[in-house]
Design a protein around this ligand. Structure first.
Ligand SMILES: [Zn+2]
Length: 188
């Protein structure tokens, strides 16, 4: 009896594993009303400004900026538009800088990448360092703090691969454009 039971349990466990493996973005058709229904595949970043779709994005990663390459994407939106967490993660650093203005660094759950949100008008209420956030949570609002033109509110958004030592200022930038326009948008 015992062996039969454990055999059944193993069978169920294997079945769960197998279905999880097949649970790719296109095969998973979440039931209506489930929280995941409008979310991209776990781990795939979503466009971090509420209401903005992939077709509105423009690649600006390799554009020149004062003395350097941009290495980020600028997402235009009216002042005050909610800026939302691109991925599940942790608020690692709140920082005000001359160029970035009011900024926020979020780390993903694995601590592999940092997500940088700049020129914010303000942080959302309750946002603090160390806070766990879910994809889609409001982090702040689009603005022009720092060196953004006063008449062009936008989110300056960068994705960095973190070094093994995990300093928030030492990441290697990767282009957010292909990440936001393939993985996230198609699944929404
Ligand atoms: Zn920018």
């Amino acid at each position: 009896m015992r062996n039969v039971l454990s055999g059944m349990l193993l069978f169920v466990a294997l079945g769960a594993l197998a279905s999880r493996r097949l649970d790719g973005p296109r095969l998973a058709a979440p039931a209506a009303g489930r929280r995941e229904a409008s979310r991209p595949e776990a781990g795939a970043p979503m466009i971090p400004v509420k209401g903005v779709v992939a077709a509105q994005l423009k690649s600006t990663f390799n554009e020149g900026r004062a003395g350097h390459l941009h290495h980020a994407i600028d997402i235009l939106a009216p002042r005050g538009t909610p800026v939302i967490a691109a991925v599940d993660g942790t608020v690692r650093k709140l920082f005000v800088s001359r160029a970035g203005g009011i900024t926020l660094y979020e780390y993903d759950l694995a601590g592999e990448r940092s997500y940088y949100y700049a020129h914010l008008d303000a942080y959302a209420p309750g946002i603090r360092e160390g806070l766990a956030v879910h994809q889609g949570d409001v982090l702040g609002y689009v603005g022009t703090t720092g060196n953004a033109p006063a008449n062009t509110p936008h989110l300056h958004f960068a994705i960095d691969v973190l070094p093994p030592t995990k300093e928030w200022w030492k990441g290697e930038p990767i282009d957010p454009y292909p990440i936001l326009t393939t993985s996230a948008s198609e699944l929404r």
